[in-house]
Design a protein around this ligand. Structure first.
Ligand SMILES: [Zn+2]
Length: 120
């Protein structure tokens, strides 16, 4: 299942970035999954739960935001695509361009801020 390899890459990316930022523990990872990305959010969650234990992201939480499918009509602008019907709902133009809904991407992640050494 390709979610596993996507999530593996995602984890590598977060771990690398977290180390670059100073190596604190990661608490939350946020991703966007497009409605047309072919990526199943449930399988992403499952892969995350399987792959993170034993990694630097062990114990962190994954937040998945599903991005609706949107297309742009050159005349009328962006509209939300209902049931894969890509024709512009205002002017009937069928030559529209998908602008969102195909992505699988890392949005952001949070790191715990460890309390500093007590100072006197
Ligand atoms: Zn239009």
């Amino acid at each position: 299942m390709h979610e596993t390899s996507m999530v593996r890459r995602l984890i590598e990316m977060v771990v690398q970035e977290a180390e670059r930022l100073g190596g604190e523990e990661v608490s939350v990872v946020r991703v966007e999954v497009g409605a047309l990305s072919g990526v199943e959010p449930m399988l992403v969650q499952l892969a995350y739960d399987q792959l993170t234990p034993g990694s630097r992201l062990a114990g962190s939480r994954l937040e998945i935001e599903v991005v609706p499918l949107r297309a742009r009509c050159a005349q009328c602008g962006v509209f939300e695509v209902p049931q894969f019907h890509f024709t512009c709902p205002r002017c009937g133009n069928s030559r529209t361009v998908v602008v969102s809904g195909e992505e699988f991407r890392l949005v952001s992640f949070d790191q715990f801020t460890k309390p500093g050494e007590p100072q006197e």
